[in-house]
Design a protein around this ligand. Sequence first.
Ligand SMILES: *[C@@H]1O[C@H](CO)[C@@H](O)[C@H](O)[C@H]1NC(C)=O
Ligand SMILES: *[C@@H]1O[C@H](CO)[C@@H](O)[C@H](O)[C@H]1NC(C)=O
Ligand SMILES: *[C@@H]1O[C@H](CO)[C@@H](O)[C@H](O)[C@H]1NC(C)=O
Ligand SMILES: *[C@@H]1O[C@H](CO)[C@@H](O)[C@H](O)[C@H]1NC(C)=O
Ligand SMILES: *[C@@H]1O[C@H](CO)[C@@H](O)[C@H](O)[C@H]1NC(C)=O
Length: 515
Amino acid sequence: MIVKLSVAVLVVLICTISFLVSSTTSTGGKSNYRSEVRLEELWSNADSGGWRPSSSPRSHWPPPPNESNGYLRVRCNGGLNQQRSAISNAVLAARIMNATLVLPELDTNSYWHDDSGFHGIYDVEHFIKTLRFDVRIVESIPEIHKNGKKKKIKAFQLRPPRDAPISWYTKDALAKMKEHGAIYLTPFSHRLAEEIDNPEYQRLRCRVNYHALRFKPHIMKLSQSIVDKLRAQGHFMSIHLRFEMDMLAFAGERLFFFKSKLFMLGINIICRCFDIFTPEEQKILKKYREENFAPKRLVYNERRAIGKCPLTPEEVGLILRAMGFDNSTRIYLAAGELFGGDRFMRPFRSLFPRLENHSSVEPSEELAENTRGLAGSAVDYMVCLLSDIFMPTYDGPSNFANNLLGHRLYYGFRTTIRPDRKALAPIFIDREAGRTAGFDEAVRRVMLKTSFGEPHKRVSPESFYTNSWPECFCQASAENPADKCPPNDILEVLNDQLEKEATDRPNSTLSSTDI
Ligand SMILES: *[C@@H]1O[C@H](CO)[C@@H](O)[C@H](O)[C@H]1NC(C)=O
Ligand SMILES: *[C@@H]1O[C@H](CO)[C@@H](O)[C@H](O)[C@H]1NC(C)=O
Ligand SMILES: *[C@@H]1O[C@H](CO)[C@@H](O)[C@H](O)[C@H]1NC(C)=O
Ligand SMILES: *[C@@H]1O[C@H](CO)[C@@H](O)[C@H](O)[C@H]1NC(C)=O
Ligand SMILES: *[C@@H]1O[C@H](CO)[C@@H](O)[C@H](O)[C@H]1NC(C)=O
């Protein structure tokens, strides 16, 4: 427990220092081959295999050049997780285009009705400073003087294709930027290809996501306080049960955003997992579906059999129990209310009565103030990041868990339990048909084949933001030179380059004559 505590402190510390400080990871000497679930191993970090996180450059990485090609504005839509990936993409896009990045705008008129924006949840100064070797960032588009008048540069609005290739940025977008002085990309979520065959670019994404994007002190403090209280009684697990607004609707192609939590949940459920609801619930869901979506016939058991249904709370409970977790296990739920209400929670609670959430751990006024909207997501994010074990119940792209899985991997291969829904479906279907013999054993067999958070190869469709291995990891004694950890003086090298560049550079990177 002491070890876990220091890891938690370390994680927060790392967030507050810089990307150049590498964390220590445990090398437990555990074998990859498993024949049984060992809970004491799951409660500690996974075997790192000699890898540690590292996202500093490993080859020549010049500072952003003298002349900026213009200003890049982006509007990041979606929930917290999606925004983090979008911000990382925006920084990379600015780097590729030699553009000056305007502090990314976070969508305010989506589901949360949250207007806190970037300043409201992230530490802006830290963000700009951490990325000083990579891109130039300004808080807003500066005013220019033209014919003796002051005015703002008007950004030309563009809608990037989904997962646009780098060439879209260096050709189409750059041409508009040069023409207008500034461009505004909106919406900006999943607008830059995730697989890019340039490890330095990928590492820049990790610098943004895992080092530059630090929540504001009040969010860090609150999260740490929740974690301390939970940890005071031993280790704890966090589970993400809710279906978030940035959830994929339908078969996983398009993103939808909804104002109503209930309908938002409904959509997800209606798409995949409809038959488990009461006739009244189905009616609500059906109506919403008819009004909003093209007809599509989806049958719960068919969807579930192919692994498309999020696990129900009861299924989550049964998996954990089969793995050997008992009713004394403390579980932090990063979740709101489920559609269908307590009916779905009751079976779970009877298996695992020690359930907590941010309001049960920290029932104060201050908390209520600070856990609305994005800030609430941020607190849940941090608690899930620091928990000993994390289990997502749906980890499709764009979900809350997506980025978190990658973040936990980066901060020392922290245990995750990722059920293989497709392999589990027939076992659950059997159980519902009354064939309960051997259920626990069958679940264990499936679970033993999954990774519990150790380094593993990224296989499509796994996202780079879920698994940045090997690009953002290194080994002290690597067989492959590309995996070797960068030298310790990398900070000095980058600083020297930056200073040298700065002395040549005029103060303003873009003057009115450039427009
Ligand atoms: C950005 O600047 C670098 C270094 O000056 C240069 O090699 C590269 O071609 C530039 N790219 C664009 C898109 O302007
Ligand atoms: C946990 O389960 C045991 C039996 O296995 C039971 O005696 C005990 O009361 C349960 N504890 C809680 C908190 O439900
Ligand atoms: C948090 O837990 C408390 C007590 O278990 C419960 O009453 C409340 O509804 C939960 N809040 C949320 C947001 O789930
Ligand atoms: C940067 O700009 C200065 C003058 O503005 C110029 O002398 C120098 O060559 C430039 N450096 C590069 C790398 O373009
Ligand atoms: C450039 O910046 C320096 C210090 O920040 C300032 O003293 C100087 O006046 C600036 N020059 C111009 C042309 O803005």
